[in-house]
Design a protein around this ligand. Structure first.
Ligand code: 3HC
Length: 686
């Protein structure tokens, strides 16, 4: 029987089977909540039914509340009304779990008396990643099954666990390897006729009594390191504390108050916006769904330095063989050694086994001969940023590579169209801009040249996901999206320093905003000598002067800062250098407030982001935000620069830009026309 367009009810041999059909991920939209509640009400009083199964069709169990419904008042029945009803049913209710049971989906399963899962299933409460907490009883029921310590781990990290681990912790009652539906129906039939009490999860308090109080302070220590600035993790901890110290109903009431408070906050709004921004980024407008993908079985990487090595590891990590090219035996040996050390270090930290580390390492073969790339499907060039060198390599590759091979450059700033012109197949040339360290950073700027073909773009966007990257498609311009915008922040950070603002203050303000580090510490980490040439060094430029002194950043032990290990320490030498550069440039010294520092660093980023949209270099404002959160550490709880601008209000952004324009007389601050037009039409960045 169809209860709603998303819920079916069938009675099979005394078991009521409620099937949710709400593709793609069976989110608990209103028609699902309504349908499940109605179905339960129908069978509660039916004496021919002895047990109830909740099952989902399609690729997964429920992935949680329907996030698209957030922001408007939730239509009844709300999740808790459904769960209260389930708690009042005197027949066993069993969830059959496959795919992922996440958030409200797992909470639905927690309100069942039993859970049967297939061995590939994953279960988790990822609400913290959306800036909220599991507000449908999850924080009160989960610790009753898995114990408060494991529950804390799960809600604070938001990471799901596998079905086997779930069984070990008592989160599920039975694990099956195949035919979940048949297994859960059989399980339900047995429970339906057994004389056992079917204890509700809310009544199972035994694991709550075995708690060491230090788990809460330990969890707080962890979040102060890993989730600095985020509000939701602390609220999740408070709910688990409530589960331990308060009766169930009081815990539920605390959970409900705290989730409402979080829901109203800016962080939840930003994190939920970002959830969709990330998914939107992989969609390419104008590309037909039927676009064929080129197969990629083997990858070639040219350059075995830090970048080339990191790129190669991405492939090996997902079992793709790599040929890595270097120009000398020594460089090749060094490159391979670094990769091996990286894998061994990961294995010694217990993150992968030594066997897996070895398997991965062995997938990377070194060579000194470009000719060895003749069987590769994708070649990624990662040599130093010199146009003539890149063009030479690309023209040589032309005669070596298979006809349908994709030629990618990892350039971070050079003109991809010019690189492509060195080949007879510019349609097969694309930019794949990895971020350093390439085996760690999630962002991949996929750079579309003016002749890059649609199938090459489609292949690279999906290949990026295969190697666990978050791809964003961008157009050709100096620095593409990320570095181009960053350049404008750096201009102001330098200007502030030249005016006499201590670099420590500038770094602190940006750190407190939520970046992992400020611009000067970031410069030291990246290396100040990148692109620096001694013969054209300028004595009034801060970075050039530091390089002249051999202060190249962390790698040389000093840069903008001196270093004790990785700890930055103030340097009087640097203060003097900056003062001298300011004097040589005729810059008047003045103080700046923290607010001014923040405005002067962030507003130019927004203005440049608007120009990028105006020029069509990025297709959506949210793509720029994805670049910034994944590539540059913009705090996710602030959504990204364009979302931040929307929150400030575009008229306010323009007013601030104009204020600096008037104060300085510098065109740098002129608001871009696109931004002005958006604000005039009361629109926002989209
Ligand atoms: N609500 C609405 N839409 C959702 C959704 C949700 N909970 N979860 C996924 N979707 C949508 C995605 O936006 C995407 O839509 P699109 O095709 O239009 O872009 C589509 O479903 C497929 O999602 P993915 O591209 O992410 O597919 P994957 O197969 O890579 O991943 C997934 C599937 C693991 C389920 C992943 O989508 C996911 O992690 N979803 C979110 C899970 C989550 O955070 N749940 C908690 C929600 S809040 C909650 O439950 C509150 C509760 O306490 C009351």
């Amino acid at each position: 029987m169809k209860i709603t367009d998303a819920v079916l009810l069938e009675i099979k041999d005394s078991v009521a089977l409620i099937t949710i059909e709400n593709p793609p991920v069976n989110a608990l939209s209103h028609n699902v909540r309504f349908g499940v509640k109605k179905a339960i009400e129908l069978v509660m009083a039916d004496e021919s039914v002895s047990s109830i199964v909740i099952y989902c069709s399609g690729r997964t169990f429920c992935a949680g509340a329907d996030i698209k419904e957030f922001g408007a008042p939730m239509q009844e029945p709300v999740h808790s009304q459904l769960h209260d009803l389930m708690d009042s049913v005197n027949k066993p209710i069993i969830a059959g779990i496959h795919g992922t049971a996440l958030g409200g989906g797992l909470e639905l399963a927690l309100s069942c008396h039993y859970r049967v899962a297939i061995s590939t299933a994953k279960l988790g409460l990822p609400e913290v990643q959306l800036g909220i907490l599991p507000g449908a009883g999850g924080t009160q029921r989960l610790p009753r099954l898995v114990g408060p310590k494991k529950a804390l781990d799960m809600v604070v990290s938001g990471m799901p666990i596998g079905a086997k681990e779930a069984l070990d912790y008592g989160l599920i009652d039975k694990l099956v390897d195949s035919d979940l539906l048949a297994a859960v129906m059989l399980f339900a039939r047995e429970k339906g006729v057994s004389n056992n009490d079917h204890i509700r999860v809310r009544d199972r308090d035994e694991k709550l009594r075995l708690v060491e109080q230090s788990i809460f302070s330990d969890a707080r220590k962890v979040i102060s390191r890993r989730a600095r600035g985020f509000t939701a993790p602390e609220y999740n901890i408070r709910c688990i504390e409530a589960a331990v110290h308060k009766p169930f109903d009081e815990g539920i009431s605390i959970e409900s108050d705290l989730v409402m408070e979080l829901m109203k906050g800016d962080q939840a709004r930003a994190q939920q916006y970002f959830f969709f921004a990330e998914r939107q980024a992989s969609k390419i407008e104008g590309l037909s769904k039927g676009t064929k993908h080129r197969p990629i079985f083997k990858v070639g990487v040219i350059g075995g330095g830090l970048m080339g090595g990191g790129i190669s590891m991405n492939m090996a990590n997902v079992n793709i063989p790599v040929t890595m090219i270097e120009t000398s035996e020594k460089a090749l040996e060094q490159g391979l050694k670094t990769i091996r050390n990286n894998y061994e270090s990961t294995a010694s930290k217990g993150r992968i086994s030594f066997d897996i580390a070895k398997q991965r390492y062995e997938l990377i073969k070194g060579s000194l001969d470009l000719g060895d790339l003749n069987d590769c499907d994708l070649i990624i060039e990662a040599v130093f940023e010199e146009m003539s060198v890149k063009k030479d390599i690309f023209s040589r590759l032309d005669s070596i590579l298979k006809q349908d091979a994709i030629l990618a450059s990892n350039t971070s700033a050079l003109n991809l169209n010019e690189i492509a012109s060195a080949t007879t197949r510019p349609q097969s040339v694309i930019g794949l801009h990895f971020f350093s360290p390439a085996n760690v950073m999630k962002l991949l700027e996929v750079v579309r040249g003016e002749k890059t073909s649609d199938d090459v773009i489609a292949t690279c966007m999906s290949f990026a996901k295969r190697i666990n990257k978050v791809p964003v498609l961008v157009g050709v311009c100096p620095g593409f999206v990320g570095n181009r915008i960053l350049h404008y922040r750096q201009i102001q950070a330098n200007q502030l320093a030249l005016e006499g603002v201590p670099i420590e203050q500038i770094d602190r303000v940006l750190y407190e905003f939520g970046f992992p580090m400020g611009p000067f510490q970031m410069g030291d980490l990246a290396g100040l000598d990148l692109g620096w040439k001694a013969d054209s060094s300028n004595s009034s430029d801060i970075r050039d002067r530091l390089c002249e002194l051999g202060r190249f950043g962390q790698k040389s032990g000093n840069g903008f800062y001196d270093y004790e290990g990785r700890m930055p320490i103030h340097s009087d030498i640097v203060s003097e250098v900056i003062k001298d550069c300011g004097r040589l440039q005729g810059i008047e010294r003045r103080d700046s407030s923290d607010n001014e520092i923040l405005d002067r660093c962030l507003l130019p980023m927004i203005n440049e982001g608007a120009k990028i949209l105006e020029e069509g270099i990025a297709s959506r404002a949210s793509d720029i935000d994805v670049v910034y959160v994944y590539g540059y550490g913009w705090p996710r709880y602030r959504g990204g620069p364009m979302h931040y601008a929307n929150c400030l209000g575009l008229k306010k952004v323009i007013a601030k830009l104009q204020h600096y324009r008037e104060n300085t007389g510098d065109d740098f601050w002129t608001p871009c026309q696109f931004l002005v037009d958006l604000a005039d039409s009361q629109s926002l960045f989209t």
